[in-house]
Design a protein around this ligand. Structure first.
Ligand SMILES: [Mg+2]
Length: 410
């Protein structure tokens, strides 16, 4: 609520917009010139697209507007740019309540998709205040700063449009919390790693087809997870435990997994994996990636062979959410500061418990329930949802002497 007197006259201001080919020293030349006019700088926005610069400067009204205009014309001529000087009143329009970040991920991003997303935003009466590119590779990611719409309503509308346009759209309230995410809790099979570990084990046991069928139905949420897991594990009875190491050695992480973990750990994020899979494999993944917390099911091994049983209680759908809460507590953060990422029906409770639940290349039932769905195959796309750009990731890597891995375009 504004407390200033609405009847007070709005001060006169001058908006100076300079456009043209970018060159070193443009901003400094413009402001050196303004320095001679006794004005106050109220706002500055500058962007450069393919070496084309747009600089907007809002200043208080100078005593001699004519002289300032003439000086700006001279500066523009000198720089071979175009300048407009508009007299008006007040500052930028107050941004209405209901502010969101709408991140759009496209591979490729087509104009029709941008038109449709912008159209749905306009339908709600909301306004796009600003647009920024977060990444160009391996996906094109743009961040729209939107005001004037309830983020929850916007999320529903835009997720429908995203599906029609085959792009990913994430809607997050624009508040401090987005900068305060502290713990990322990930599912493992088909999220952090490609494929399902139980199927790799089943292949060694010669029962892949049978296991894969049950896994698929369980992930769609058609079966009781615990019962279906116990059934599948029983088929592995007699398998030599050394197979676990062979399976681990053959595991492929999701593209961008290391980049995501490395980047966010630099910012002090902590990581957890919570898996309905097996600790004999997930603990090694956790150690390899420097993951802080891990929870999974332990396959019973007797005399070097799998018994076909699980030790202790099964980490099921509810167990995953419990683990998320437990790890948040151990990390000393509220669940609102957690992000959960998963793809299967057994991730639903965990996604709901987190501050931000992300369905990653997930089953339809999971996509519908989660706060946001990411369907590009790159796990590091999640970074862009947090307002971190690919350029920042690459710059931080370069400082450490690392070339940011460039996953092949799918
Ligand atoms: Mg999974």
């Amino acid at each position: 609520m504004r407390t200033d007197d609405a009847a007070a006259p709005r001060p006169q201001t001058l908006l100076i917009t300079l456009t043209g080919k970018d060159r070193p020293g443009v901003t400094s030349t413009v402001f050196s010139t303004l320095a001679g006019f006794g004005v106050e700088v109220l706002d500055i926005e500058q962007i450069v697209l393919r070496r084309r610069l747009v600089l907007g400067v809002l200043v208080s009204l100078p005593r001699d507007v004519k002289a300032l205009r003439a000086a700006m014309d001279r500066v523009a001529a000198e720089l071979d740019m175009h300048v407009e000087v508009d007299r008006g009143t007040g500052d930028n329009r107050d941004r209405p309540q209901g502010r969101s970040h709408v991140t759009v991920l496209g591979m490729p991003l087509r104009p029709a998709a941008v038109a449709a997303i912008a159209g749905r935003i306009a339908d709600t009466g909301a306004n796009i205040d600003r647009i920024e590119r977060m990444a160009r590779y391996p996906v094109t990611a743009i961040d729209l700063h939107v005001s004037g719409a309830d983020p929850d309503r916007l999320r529903v509308l835009l997720s429908e449009e995203a599906a029609r346009q085959a792009v990913d759209v994430a809607v997050q309230p624009a508040n401090l919390l987005r900068h305060g995410m502290r713990l990322i809790v990930m599912d493992v099979d088909s999220t952090l790693v490609q494929g399902e570990v139980i199927e790799m084990l089943a292949e060694h046991a010669g029962c892949l087809e049978e296991v894969a069928k049950v896994t698929e139905a369980a992930m769609r949420g058609e079966l009781d997870f615990e019962q279906s897991l116990r059934e599948r594990v029983s088929l592995l009875a007699g398998l030599d435990a050394s197979v676990l190491d062979r399976v681990y050695a053959g595991i492929q992480l999701a593209p961008g997994a290391r980049t995501m973990v490395r980047t966010l750990k630099r910012l002090g994020y902590r990581f957890a994996i919570v898996s309905g899979g097996f600790s004999q494999v997930t603990d090694q993944i956790a150690a390899d990636l420097g993951i802080d917390f891990a929870s999974a099911n332990e396959l019973e091994v007797v005399d070097g062979k799998l018994t076909g049983r699980i030790v202790g209680p099964v980490v099921d759908r509810a167990g995953k959410a419990t683990a998320l809460r437990r790890f948040a507590e151990r990390a000393g953060v509220s669940t609102a500061a957690t992000i959960a990422i998963g793809d299967g029906a057994n991730d639903l409770d965990m996604l709901a418990a987190a501050g931000l639940g992300i369905a990653f290349n997930a089953k339809p039932v999971v996509q519908q329930a989660a706060d946001t769905a990411v369907n590009v195959p790159y796990l590091d796309s999640i970074i862009y949802l947090l307002g971190i750009s690919r350029e920042e990731v690459e710059a931080a890597d370069a400082e450490m002497g690392i070339v940011t891995p460039a996953p092949p375009l799918a």
